[in-house]
Design a protein around this ligand. Structure first.
Ligand code: MF3
Ligand code: CO
Ligand code: CO
Length: 268
C-alpha cells in the first residue's frame, strides 16, 4: 500500500487516538513500582482501554506475517529487552528500567506511543540512557517538516545516540500509522541527511528509536516476540506518533501527563 495521506476528519481521529494512547501511559505511570508484575500492568491497561476509554488494544492478537498472534494488550520491555516484551509473571524490582508501549484503536484509527519508566532507584547509567534516548527521539521529531526527508530524521537520531557512545538498533523502525497499525513508510532511526522519502503535509508516522548502551545487535527470544540485546546491554525506547503539518510537525501522542507536553505545540 502506498503512503496514506490524512486530511480533515482523519486528522481529527488521529488526534483523538493519539491523545488516548498517551492517556493510557498517564494512567499506568503511578502503578509502575517495585513489586508489581508486568502481567498486572497489562491487565490494568487492558481494562482501562476497553472499559474506560472504549478503545481497542491494537497489540492483542496482532499477527504480522511470520509472527504468531501477540498474546497481550501492551508491550513491557525490561532492562536489556529492546522491544515487544510480553507481559507475564515477572515482577518489577528497584533499579529496573521499563518501556511501556501502548497502541489504541479509536474509531478505526491508531495512536502509538511509549515511554521509559525508572523503577525505584535507578543507576546514573540507566537514567542517562533513558534521557539520551528521549532526546534522540526529540531530535528526530525536530526534523519533521514539509520538504524535509526521512533521512534527516534518522541522521539526527543516530548522531545524538552515537555521540553519547550508544548504538541504534537497525532491525526495527518507526512506521506510517492510521487505519493501519504499521503503514508505509518505514522510518529508520539512522541514515543520511537529505536522503529518502520527502515529507508532505498529511503524513502520519511514528518515531520510536531503540538505543542500546552497548552493541547494536539484537536477538529474538523463544516466545517469538521479545527482542533483547545480544550483548545483554541495557536498551531504551521512546515513541511518539506525529503529523506533518503545512508548516512543521504536530505531536499527536501528548496528554496532560506527558513528561514532554510543554515541548510540543498542542492542537488548539
Ligand atoms: N507498538 C509497537 C510499535 O511501536 C508494535 C508492537 S506489535 C505487538 O510499533 F504486537 F507486539 F504489539
Ligand atoms: Co509502539
Ligand atoms: Co510504533
Amino acid at each position: 500500500m502506498p503512503i496514506q495521506f490524512k486530511s480533515g476528519p482523519e486528522i481529527d481521529a488521529m488526534r483523538t487516538a493519539g491523545r488516548l494512547a498517551s492517556e493510557v501511559l498517564d494512567f499506568i505511570a503511578p502503578h509502575v513500582k517495585p513489586g508489581i508484575s508486568t502481567g498486572e500492568l497489562d491487565r490494568l491497561c487492558h481494562d482501562y482501554m476497553v472499559d474506560v476509554q472504549g478503545t481497542i488494544p491494537a497489540p492483542l492478537n496482532y499477527c504480522p506475517p511470520g509472527y504468531k498472534p501477540y498474546p497481550k494488550s501492551i508491550c513491557t520491555s525490561i532492562n536489556h529487552q529492546v522491544c515487544h516484551g510480553v507481559p507475564g509473571d515477572r515482577v518489577l524490582k528497584s533499579g529496573d528500567i521499563l518501556n511501556v508501549d501502548i497502541t489504541v484503536i479509536k474509531d478505526g484509527f491508531h495512536g502509538d506511543t511509549s515511554r521509559m519508566f525508572l523503577v525505584g532507584e535507578s543507576s546514573i547509567a540507566a537514567k542517562r540512557l533513558c534521557d539520551i534516548t528521549r532526546e534522540a527521539m526529540w531530535a528526530g521529531i525536530a526534523q519533521v517538516a514539509p520538504g524535509k526527508r526521512l533521512g534527516d530524521i534518522g541522521a539526527a537520531i543516530q548522531k545524538m545516540a552515537e555521540s553519547a557512545g550508544y548504538s541504534v538498533v537497525r532491525e526495527f523502525c518507526g512506521h506510517g500509522i492510521g487505519r493501519g497499525f504499521h503503514e508505509e513508510p518505514q522510518v529508520l532511526h539512522y541514515g543520511k541527511a537529505g536522503t529518502g522519502v520527502e515529507l508532505k503535509p498529511g503524513m502520519t508516522f511514528t518515531i520510536e528509536p531503540m538505543i542500546n548502551a552497548g552493541r547494536p545487535e539484537i536477538r529474538e527470544l523463544a516466545d517469538g516476540w521479545t527482542i533483547v540485546t545480544k550483548d545483554h546491554s541495557l536498551s531504551a525506547q521512546w515513541e511518539h506518533t506525529v503529523l506533518v503539518t503545512d508548516t512543521g510537525v504536530e505531536v499527536l501522542t501528548i496528554s496532560e501527563g506527558s513528561p514532554d507536553r510543554d515541548r510540543s505545540p498542542r492542537p488548539a
